[in-house]
Design a protein around this ligand. Structure first.
Ligand SMILES: Cc1cc2nc3c(=O)[nH]c(=O)nc-3n(C[C@H](O)[C@H](O)[C@H](O)COP(=O)(O)O)c2cc1C
Length: 218
């Protein structure tokens, strides 16, 4: 079973970052159980990730929808986007390591998701709404699982004013589990990094990773 580790931190080379340390812990654990050859690590901030922009994915999609010929630049963008999609689909285990920036995942992670949310690839539209009113269903239902490793400056799990703006994990779960149909979505938090004791935060998060690791591979 192949594992894709996606690092969504612009400062991915700095292993002092909490989310990078959670990723390091996951990879350390991975190596004690599974072979190197089945692990792909992708740093989004050193990769070419096409964006929805007028001269990028947007013009590619518009031309593809209307049967117009792509320019050579657009063809390269389309090929790159297709590669990212195929690579993603080839990994049944996906780990995303991201900091919280302005109440959300990083912008490069959103760009990456924009390359994956392709109708008839990772989800499909229904001809009529189902009994719950849903107009689409996920196509990633062959035992796909996601683990999100998430660092935030504030605490979002206790009853604080921040609880209602805990948007990022909700967004990720919606995209991967509700929309794409992943079997499982698990979240490990290093939270309160701005105010709380660093060692305590990391120890709690490392224990959480260890506890979730075996069920992640079931
Ligand atoms: C640009 C930027 C925006 C941030 N926005 C938030 C935020 O909205 N809420 C929050 O709780 N922390 C915020 N933080 C703090 C980070 O979430 C915190 O430092 C966390 O530990 C980042 O993960 P890292 O240690 O892996 O870099 C922000 C930090 C940066 C640099």
């Amino acid at each position: 079973m192949k594992t894709l580790v996606i690092n969504a931190h612009p400062g991915y080379t700095n292993h002092e970052h909490f989310s990078v340390q959670l990723q390091d812990k996951f990879i350390e654990l991975y190596h004690t159980h599974y072979p190197e050859k089945d692990l792909t690590i992708m740093n989004l901030y050193e990769e070419d990730i096409p964006r929805i922009e007028a001269t990028s994915l947007w013009s590619v999609w518009e031309k593809q929808a209307t049967g117009k010929e792509l320019s050579s630049t657009e063809s390269k963008i389309a090929e790159r986007s297709q590669f990212l999609l195929e690579q993603f689909k080839a990994h049944q285990r996906v780990v995303v390591s991201t900091p919280l920036h302005n109440f959300n995942i990083t912008s490069r992670m959103k760009d990456y998701i924009d390359n994956l949310m392709i109708a008839r690839e990772t989800f499909r539209y229904l001809t009529e709404p189902d009994e719950q009113g849903k107009v689409s269903e996920g196509l990633m239902r062959a035992n796909y699982k996601m683990l999100m490793l998430f660092a935030s400056g504030s605490v979002y799990t206790s009853d604080s004013i921040y609880k209602s703006v805990d948007i990022a994990p909700h967004y990720m779960q919606t995209i991967f589990q509700e929309m794409m149909g992943f079997d499982d979505f698990q979240l490990v938090r290093a939270e309160g990094t701005a105010t709380q004791d660093k060692d305590r935060i990391l120890n709690t998060a490392f224990t959480d990773i260890e506890q979730k690791f075996s069920s992640f591979y079931q």
